[in-house]
Design a protein around this ligand. Structure first.
Ligand SMILES: Nc1ncnc2c1ncn2[C@@H]1O[C@H](COP(=O)(O)OP(=O)(O)OP(=O)(O)O)[C@@H](O)[C@H]1O
Ligand SMILES: N[C@@H](CCO)C(=O)O
Length: 265
């Protein structure tokens, strides 16, 4: 089954050993090389150690992701070497600064997705959100199919957990982060690679989100075609049929399985 590709970044994998990746990104219609992040974790591990310390400042780096990979609708996604950085600091008043992609369009008020996520996590930990200064340095263009909302969700939730005293580098807290982020997003194909890096197969099993890494060859690069036009995920999903034929399901199962096998051989 395919989702609407109109106005979404379309990934094309090419093996280019030793080739350089793009250093910067633009939201203009363009094709661009981006390395896949094949490391064993995303740079979410950069969150400041927070065990037993009052945390005043948190820095989170979260990658762009591409999801719906081939036949893997809502389940296959991988991380790209394009990063948003969110710096959250205790302050005497609320402040939001957005630089880079989405500047001038992304909300500067407390309804910003990153802020909402920090507040939500702190609430769930029984804490009120203190006055905070947010600095968002964005390289991920919003509403182009590069997982900008997932990057914002993961950054906000991770920052909230860290401010609430959790060490988000531990496997248990990464798992918690996956549950929180996928529940917010409704599917895990962007948030799983945003948290764990690399190529992830993610799904929901009886209310619990599960993700598994697909080992991919080193040196793969992804060519992205990024459209000028924006397409919010809600609009793209709205054109999908609620049901699919058995023959379409069979078509998809076979190709999804073959895609994973191709990466492994
Ligand atoms: N850096 C950001 N900071 C705060 N909010 C953001 C940020 N980036 C995106 N958003 C929010 O997410 C919305 C875009 O989400 P949407 O799911 O439509 O696109 P996407 O995540 O870029 O695409 P896809 O999920 O298909 O890859 C924006 O309208 C904005 O509300
Ligand atoms: N699988 C998701 C990816 C984009 O968020 C979708 O198609 O909505």
């Amino acid at each position: 089954m395919a989702t609407s590709a109109r106005s979404r970044a379309v990934p094309l994998l090419v093996a280019r050993r030793g080739a350089r990746s793009a250093r910067s990104f633009s939201s203009e219609s363009s094709s661009s090389y981006s390395k896949l992040t094949t490391g064993f974790s995303s740079r979410i591990s950069n969150v400041q150690e927070s065990f037993f310390y009052p945390v005043d400042r948190v820095v989170v780096n979260v990658p762009a992701t591409t999801a719906n990979l081939g036949p893997g609708f809502d389940s296959f996604g991988f991380a790209l070497d394009v990063w948003n950085r969110v710096i959250v600091q205790k302050s005497d008043r609320f402040e939001m600064v957005v630089e880079g992609e989405g500047e001038g369009r992304i909300s500067l008020t407390e309804d910003n997705l990153v802020v909402q996520c920090v507040r939500k996590v702190l609430h769930s930990l029984g804490k009120e959100m203190p006055p905070l200064r947010f600095e968002c340095q964005n390289a991920v263009p919003p509403t182009r199919g590069m997982g900008s909302s997932s990057a914002a969700l993961v950054a906000g939730l991770a920052a909230g957990l860290a401010l609430g005293g959790k060490d988000v580098t531990t496997p248990a807290n990464k798992k918690l982060l996956l549950q929180l982020a996928a529940n917010e997003e409704g599917h895990a194909d962007n948030v799983a690679p945003a948290i764990y890096g690399g190529f992830q197969i993610a799904f929901n099993a009886e209310g619990h989100w599960i993700t598994q890494r697909v080992h991919i060859p080193d040196g793969l690069q992804c060519v992205l075609f990024i459209p000028d036009d924006e397409m919010p995920t809600t609009e793209a999903r709205a054109v999908l049929p609620a049901k699919i034929d058995r023959k379409d399901a069979i078509f998809n199962i076979a190709r999804a399985s073959m895609l994973i096998n191709c990466f492994g051989t």
